[in-house]
Design a binder for this molecule. Structure first.
Ligand SMILES: Cc1cc2nc3c(=O)[nH]c(=O)nc-3n(C[C@H](O)[C@H](O)[C@H](O)COP(=O)(O)O)c2cc1C
Length: 214
């Protein structure tokens, strides 16, 4: 036993889960049941993930859903051949588009805040990001998209689906394949489907190993 690590109890539920159950039962799955994704479930997973919080409600995340065999095969190539891409019924590409966010700030101001709120959001975004270059503010946008990436995995698990988060791919090849602008940054690829393997039980630091209490 490695000191400071914990191994979670094994559970294999298949139905809907609470957040705690989704966290407990999520594990990276790289082999999926070979059946098309239920489109209503897919939409619900995306909807739940879109409820993630972000600074100033910026919602910089964008999703590209790949289900076509042909595009999946090309995506797999861009991910250095990692087979879980082609094996999954759907792959959600999660990226941030900070330039789109900045060009459409009016959409994110909460209507309850009225005209004053809209003005505040416009000014804030202009003051904070106007002086930054595209790469710098893109990095900020990515930090927000990463939150939605986490939500997406748990949303999928809560509906009985499994995923594997992936950063092992060539970002430029994925931009080219999906026709995405140069400035977008990737939170990751997320193959989704029903598990056809058990995956590995959690192997994690203990709370004591990673936490200081003051
Ligand atoms: C940001 C990120 C990138 C990852 N990239 C890959 C990847 O490219 N290929 C892969 O097979 N697994 C990838 N993983 C999965 C990790 O190996 C896995 O999450 C980790 O070992 C913990 O295992 P678990 O997810 O089963 O709990 C990635 C995970 C994260 C969070």
């Amino acid at each position: 036993m490695v000191t400071g690590m914990t191994t979670a109890t094994e559970v294999h539920p298949t139905a809907a889960h609470t957040v705690a159950e989704a966290i407990q039962t999520r594990r990276s799955i790289r082999k999926f049941v070979q059946e098309p994704m239920n489109q209503d479930d897919l939409h619900e997973i995306l909807r739940l993930a879109s409820l993630a919080p972000s600074a100033w409600n910026a919602q910089t995340w964008r999703f590209a859903v790949v289900q076509s065999q042909d595009v999946k095969a090309k995506l797999q190539e861009a991910a250095y051949g990692q087979a879980q891409i082609g094996n999954a019924p759907a792959v959600i590409v999660v990226y941030s588009d900070m330039e789109d966010t900045l060009n459409t700030v009016d959409e994110i101001a909460h209507p309850g805040m009225g005209e004053q709120g809209l003005e505040y959001i416009r000014n804030t975004f202009n003051n904070v990001f106007g002086g930054q270059d595209v790469a710098q503010r893109g990095q900020w946008g990515l930090s927000q998209a990463n939150i939605a990436f986490g939500f997406l995995m748990l949303a999928a698990r809560s509906l009985g689906y499994d995923t594997v988060p992936m950063l092992g791919f060539n970002p430029q090849a994925v931009r080219d394949l999906l026709g995405l602008p140069e400035h977008v940054q990737f939170a990751g690829l997320l193959p989704v489907g029903k598990r056809a393997e058990d995956g590995f039980p959690h192997h994690r630091h203990s709370v004591e190993r990673i936490t200081k209490f003051y």
